[in-house]
Design a protein. Structure first.
Length: 333
């Protein structure tokens, strides 16, 4: 339900140009929030698309690596809620750029938390904080199904940096009484996912193959298994976390795991292809130095405390993505 003018709350979202930022901004705007998106750089190429697709969104300049700019963003947005979705999110990139990933995904959390503390002291307002943690923190999994109690054993610089940000969030909650929550989100996808991610790469490739624009798709390990859900469902869980009386940590997942081979089965079935083996090639360039073989989440706490459950199934998600890319390629032709 939309808020009245007197009740209107304000939210600041970092990572506004990513799929989660877009879906979350849509959700909060539909609920009557004033929504501010943190945008890095004066000439960001995605600013025009945001202005077109989310005209009610207000953009504010800032950089997770610059603590002073984060404080400035707080004073402009005057947020009741801050959602830190900003990150270098492509895991393989973290092996070649570990310092940047550590600074953004770890140090950026610290800068945001400190900016919130400063703003609270300055304004006397209480701010609720959401940190986008990740299932990649589990890495070399210590439990067959991962929950909030599973030991973290990250297998990439990305996972290590996210684990730092995750523990910082807990520390600020315990040390300063900050209403701070971490969403340990398992893989969540959508048509808005970047082309570098395997789900979108497959959907995009299948769409182009169906239209005769591409011959094959090159991938890495087809046996890797992930718990894949729909990003639009997952941002609802983020919102619900900040509506609780106290901050906490929640695994957000479907509880199902599928291999990349199963992803290919589902994607090619949308265009009526049952044997995709001649259309998919293996390329060692896409293998990680340390692989995370299987991830599957236990979201029972989110279900019982938040009342959250995923709505879109794996097959519905894949079909949505393939059909989106088919229409997109047709319209571009």
């Amino acid at each position: 339900m939309a808020l009245s003018a007197l009740e209107k709350r304000s939210a600041l979202i970092t990572g506004i140009t990513g799929q989660d930022g877009f879906y979350l901004a849509e959700l909060l705007l539909s609920k009557g929030y004033r929504v501010f998106g943190l945008l890095r750089g004066q000439n960001n190429p995605k600013a025009a698309a945001l202005a077109r697709d989310l005209p009610e969104l207000q953009l504010v300049s800032g950089d997770l690596l610059d603590a002073s700019s984060m404080i400035r963003a707080m004073t402009i947005a005057e947020p009741d809620e801050v959602y830190n979705l900003g990150a270098v999110s492509f895991v393989p990139h973290s092996f070649t750029n570990p310092r940047l990933v550590a600074d953004v995904n770890g140090g950026g959390v610290l800068n945001t938390l400190e900016a919130i503390r400063f703003y609270q002291d300055l304004s006397g307002r209480q701010v609720r904080f959401y940190q986008a943690s990740t299932s990649e923190m589990f890495g070399k999994v210590q439990d067959s199904i991962q929950s909030e109690k599973t030991l973290l054993w990250p297998r990439s610089p990305y996972g290590v940096a996210k684990a730092y940000g995750h523990h910082l969030t807990i520390n600020y909650r315990e040390s300063y009484g900050l209403h701070a929550s971490s969403g340990i989100l398992f893989n969540h996808e959508s048509p808005r996912r970047g082309l570098e991610f395997v789900t979108r790469k497959v959907a995009h490739g299948v769409a182009r193959i169906s239209l005769g624009l591409q011959d094959t798709i090159a991938l890495g390990n087809l046996d890797t298994q992930r718990d894949w859900g729909f990003a639009g469902d997952y941002v609802e869980a983020m919102y619900l976390m900040l509506q609780q009386d106290q901050g906490d940590d929640f695994v957000i997942a479907t509880g199902e795991t599928h291999s990349i081979a199963e992803l290919l089965d589902a994607a090619f079935s949308v265009i009526g292809v049952s044997d995709w083996s001649p259309l998919v090639g293996l390329d060692p360039r896409y293998a990680r130095p340390a692989e995370v073989d299987v991830l599957i989440g236990d979201a029972s706490k989110a279900n019982s405390v938040l009342g959250w459950k995923p709505k879109v199934s794996f097959l519905e998600l894949v079909e949505m993505m393939v059909k989106y890319d088919i229409e997109r390629q047709r319209s571009a032709a």
